[in-house]
Design a protein around this ligand. Structure first.
Ligand code: PLP
Length: 418
């Protein structure tokens, strides 16, 4: 209560902006995850790793737009690329050269990608990957995992979402090998796809074990189902994503977030024999349309970002920075558990280890307390406690954040233990 009041008093500009927005959007919101009570901050601008809100407060941005903001804010190389796209015109309604350039980089980097197609979001990429699987196999069942988030209409936290697409989903427990094997066997005859995040992102930054992903690889092959890795978040973990790090190659991969340079973006691709069904030269080709699939801004920003700003050695350095930060945070207290891989992490207010959604204790009050306290100390992260480092976050910001969390623990430690 007290923390909320302090927040409200400090942010009259954001309060007014939220009131204005609420007259024309439900709850003033068009992206549910960004809302928190009593009202969310409204940002006025951003530069590098810093955000500035309407009341003039500045925050270190540790959220990095849930991994989409890998390049930080207003990066001048991305800006130049988008400006060059502006110079050439947009809404061409025709093939351009930019999409093939980006496709070539992605196919060279991700082991599973022989052929790739573009969409406008990660949600759409996953929808198309599932459509590819159901069309090619003639089957209808999709094996997914509790805590998985594959997009607005493909949400499996808490058992599912009322707006999910009406596929026949079977929901397994993440990292539970026996249960996953049993489900795959039980549904083998109708199993079109196994869709999995190599690290649960929205579901709490929980990594899959190698054995779990290897089992899914094996079960997909055995049953004739299509294995889809949703690497919308995890593609940043190396030059070629978690699939390259682990040496486990799915049949299809979906991408999104930063891979479009921070513009609206999604991509799905994989084995030639699966993806060639979209080859319009073929008799019986399956259409895949989308007005903005090759929009010049995403195609250009994505290409320039990957080639100029995020070559594989930079992905390795970012991964190492994240690992160092998570280790330091983990050493502060046994009351908090920091899960994650590389530059993606989430704080959990529990001592018990976490291997799946089943292991997570819901702690909404502590999450709120931590989030508002961190804002007060000048750090922007997700309400649910997620961090995704951008390339702009340096040692000084990491040091300051570790100090801020230590300060939080000193001030509120008693709440945590109780
Ligand atoms: N898949 C994963 C793993 C994600 O984290 C997200 C977004 O958070 C999506 C898919 C959906 O992507 P988009 O928000 O671009 O639709």
């Amino acid at each position: 209560g007290e923390v909320r009041n302090r927040f409200a008093a400090a942010n009259p500009g954001s309060r007014a902006a939220h009131d204005t927005a609420s007259a024309v959007m439900p709850g003033g919101n068009t992206r549910t995850t960004l809302f928190y009570p009593p009202f969310p901050l409204t940002m006025a601008g951003a530069e590098g790793c810093r955000l500035t809100d309407l009341d003039g407060h500045t925050y270190v941005d540790l959220l990095g737009d849930y991994t989409a903001g890998l390049y930080g804010h207003s990066n001048h190389i991305i800006r130049k690329a988008v400006e060059s796209a502006l110079d050439g015109g947009w809404n061409l309604g025709a093939h351009g050269e930019r999409e093939a350039r980006l496709a070539a980089v992605l196919c060279a980097r991700f082991p599973s990608l022989d052929l790739v197609r573009f969409t406008n979001s990660g949600t759409e990429a996953n929808l198309l990957a599932l459509a590819t699987a159901t069309t090619r196999t003639g089957r209808g069942t999709i094996l997914v995992f509790e805590g998985g988030y594959h997009g607005a209409v493909l949400t499996f936290a808490g058992g599912g979402s009322p707006v999910n697409v009406p596929h026949r989903f079977v929901v397994g427990h993440y990292n539970d090998l026996d249960a996953a094997a049993a489900l795959a066997d039980e549904h083998a005859a109708d199993l079109a796809a196994i869709l999995v995040e190599p690290v649960l992102g929205a579901g709490g930054c929980v990594p899959a074990t190698r054995a779990f992903l290897e089992l899914l690889r094996r079960k997909a092959t055995e049953t004739g189902a299509v294995l889809v890795f949703d690497e919308v978040m995890t593609s940043r973990m190396s030059g070629g994503g978690m699939q390259e790090l682990l040496g486990i190659t799915p049949d299809l991969t979906t991408l999104g977030k930063y891979a479009g340079g921070g513009m609206s973006f999604g991509a799905f691709g994989g084995r030639r024999e699966l993806m060639s069904m979209y080859d319009p030269r073929r008799p019986g080709a399956v259409p895949h349309a989308g007005t903005f699939n090759n929009n010049v801004f995403s195609m250009t920003a994505g290409y320039v970002g990957l080639t100029e700003l995020f070559p594989p050695q930079v992905s390795e350095a970012l991964f190492a920075r994240g690992e160092r930060l998570r280790t330091r945070l983990g050493e502060l207290s046994t009351e908090l558990r920091w899960t994650g891989v590389g530059s993606m992490m989430t704080v959990h207010f529990q001592r018990e280890p976490i291997a799946s959604a089943r292991d997570m204790r819901p702690t909404p009050e502590l999450n709120e307390l931590f989030h508002l306290d961190m804002l007060h100390r000048g750090f922007h992260l997700a309400r649910r406690g997620m961090i995704a480092l951008s390339l702009e976050v340096g040692d000084a910001e990491c040091d300051a954040f570790v100090e801020a969390v230590a300060g939080f623990l000193t001030d509120h430690g008693c709440h945590l233990a109780s």
